[in-house]
Design a protein around this ligand. Structure first.
Ligand code: FES
Ligand code: FES
Length: 212
């Protein structure tokens, strides 16, 4: 699996996962040589395990997305976010940092929020993916979506789908949240437009609306 440098061009034989792991190791104070040795060790172990090697050519996968089953061909290096946007046309999921630092790409996997830029599409397996396109029900906006509009909780809107997914997930696990709960849920979401107070007000209002 060649590495993606974010430009869409394959690199020289490291997997994206290995690269991210190496970056984390390096950031943690491990030298580049030590990190490279760790990767080579993993590659040798994988080779010895006899597990089939996939890629770099596209492979078929089946994803459960927003209640539908979709079969698609993905390069093994392709992230879930790239597959959603580039192959399935679900462009509501945004890619901003593309490195797990902003949460713009948040979707649900079996109801749990994940950064879809940090997961390979081939890793999803049988888990159900829910994107912002799948949140409305029979044309009826999710209460969080409606409250975001009502409370003016967006400006440019680039962070908004990810924020909505995290706030909606919060209401699933904590139907009556406090403002601190909402703050916790959107921890890690970067909004350059500074909509945070409105996001909190909208989510608290959505929680009330759901109970009414
Ligand atoms: S685009 Fe995925 S965390 Fe920023
Ligand atoms: S609304 Fe613009 S980045 Fe959040």
């Amino acid at each position: 699996m060649p590495i993606s440098d974010g430009s869409g061009h394959p690199g020289q034989g490291l997997s994206r996962r290995s690269f991210l792991r190496a970056s984390a190791l390096t950031a943690a104070g491990v030298t580049v040589i030590e990190a490279a040795s760790a990767i080579i060790g993993q590659a040798e172990a994988a080779e010895r395990s006899g597990q089939p090697v996939v890629g770099p050519e596209p492979v078929p996968i089946t994803l459960k997305i927003n209640g539908a089953t979709r079969t698609l061909q993905v390069e093994p290096r392709m992230t879930l976010a790239e597959a959603l946007r580039g192959i399935l046309g679900l462009t509501g999921t945004k890619i901003a940092c593309n490195r797990g630092a902003c949460s713009a790409c948040t979707v649900w996997l079996d109801g749990v929020t994940v950064c879809s830029c940090m997961m390979l599409a081939i890793e999803v397996g049988t888990r159900s993916v829910t994107t912002i396109e799948g949140l409305a029900n029979n044309g009826q906006l999710h209460p969080v979506q409606a409250a975001f509009i009502e409370h003016d909780a967006l400006q440019c809107g680039f962070c908004t789908p990810g924020m909505v997914m995290s706030c909606a997930a919060l209401l699933e696990r904590t139907p009556d949240p406090t403002a601190e709960d909402v703050q916790g849920a959107i921890n890690g979401h970067f909004c350059r437009c500074g909509t945070y107070p409105h996001v909190i007000a909208a989510t608290l209002a959505a929680a009330k609306a759901r109970k009414a």
